[in-house]
Ligand binder design. Structure first.
Ligand code: FKS
Ligand code: ZN
Length: 342
């Protein structure tokens, strides 16, 4: 299995995020990707290659033009205020406020285009974000070219980003952009399986009214877990997308066997949908020692995830999402990938 990776991810390194009333160092940090890359290289999984550059139009197949334009210029607009620290939103168009008029001031734009404050914008954020999408698109292109699998070692992650919103460390939705690229270049039906600990609200919302892209997600119950406002079991899709969305909210403390039982359900749904190709939003923050999550998966559980995905017997693109136990993130990612490849 080929891994696609770019050092450009380093250009995005937020200083701090708000966590329980304190500013703490960002959990989503460059060393995460370094550990995954090291583990991939040690594993003998296959070669590591640089991404190709894709047209901006590959991004606007999923995101709105005004949102991409916001991401492209946000840092320059922030710097023009005389600021040198990270740009962060602080006000949002919540209930009772207008969300039909995009503000022109950067402070307003940051909130208009964000679902939360976990999305610092730095001088290098756009370059890193664009490169992260290129990594996913290059992986998708490998499947189109006939490869059976590929691993897009993306950073920053993507699954919380909606068509017109950033959030939860995510700016462009790499998995959604890759899935759309597969649709645009041959695949009639694509399934996205999201095994990150957090619900992939952005991916769900992007494809919610479509019958050609199936979305299944296993995640911490949104009643008690970020992103809180999407990810319940009764969200099944609308219109042409009715029945093409499936959520498996799971309680804090979920163990490997319990998780794998739910995964069997998701795999069965995907098999019934009959996709030509599969995209996996691969987060390993389901790990027992993850500092911000509450599942109890370990070692062989990750191998089993990979094996079950392989049972679908479809060309499969793995797209890196979360995982914050930095020292173990590489081992856990490689466990999924080698479980798939075995
Ligand atoms: C800690 C509280 C939680 C936001 C959590 C975001 C999780 C991101 C992720 C992704 F895959 F996108 F990276 N804050 N401050 O793991 O789902
Ligand atoms: Zn996560």
């Amino acid at each position: 299995m080929l891994t696609i990776y770019s050092d450009d991810h380093r250009l995005h390194h937020g200083a701090a995020e708000l966590y329980r009333g304190q500013l703490v160092p960002c959990f989503e940090m460059p060393s995460r990707a370094d550990h995954v890359l090291d583990a991939v290289r040690e594993s003998g999984l296959g070669d590591v290659v640089a991404p190709d550059r894709f047209d901006r139009t590959a991004l606007t197949r999923v995101h709105t033009d005004d949102y991409v334009a916001f991401l492209e210029t946000a840092w320059d607009e922030w710097r023009a205020l005389g600021e040198t620290g990270d740009a962060l939103p602080y006000v949002w168009p919540a209930r009772g406020l207008r969300r039909d008029v995009p503000p022109t001031h950067i402070d307003g734009k940051l909130g208009f285009y964000a679902i939360d404050a976990a999305v610092p914008i730095t001088a290098g954020t756009w370059a890193a974000v664009r490169s992260s999408a290129d990594v996913a698109l290059t992986g998708a292109q490998r499947l189109i070219a006939g490869d059976h699998s590929a691993f897009a070692l993306c950073r920053p992650p993507g699954h919380h980003a909606g068509a017109r919103a950033m959030g939860g460390f995510c700016y462009l939705n790499n998995a959604a952009i890759a899935a759309q690229h597969l649709r645009d270049h041959g695949a009639q039906r694509v399934a996205i399986l999201d095994v990150d600990y957090h619900h992939g609200n952005g991916t769900q919302a992007i494809f919610y009214d479509r019958g050609d892209v199936f979305f299944a997600s296993l995640h911490g119950d949104p009643a008690v877990e970020y992103p809180f406002f999407l990810g319940y079991a009764d969200e099944c899709g609308v219109g042409a997308g009715q029945g093409a969305n499936r959520n498996f909210p799971l309680p804090w403390g979920t163990t490997g066997p319990e998780y794998l039982a739910a995964l069997d359900g998701a795999i069965a749904d995907i098999a019934a949908f009959g996709p030509d190709m599969v995209v996996v939003s691969l987060g390993v923050d389901t790990f027992a020692d993850d500092p911000i999550s509450h599942f109890k998966l370990r070692g062989d559980d990750f191998v089993q995830i990979g094996r079950r995905i392989a049972s679908l017997a479809r060309p499969t693109l793995f797209v890196m999402e979360g995982g914050y136990a930095v020292a173990e993130i590489g081992v856990n990612v490689v466990a999924v990938l080698t479980g798939f490849a075995a």
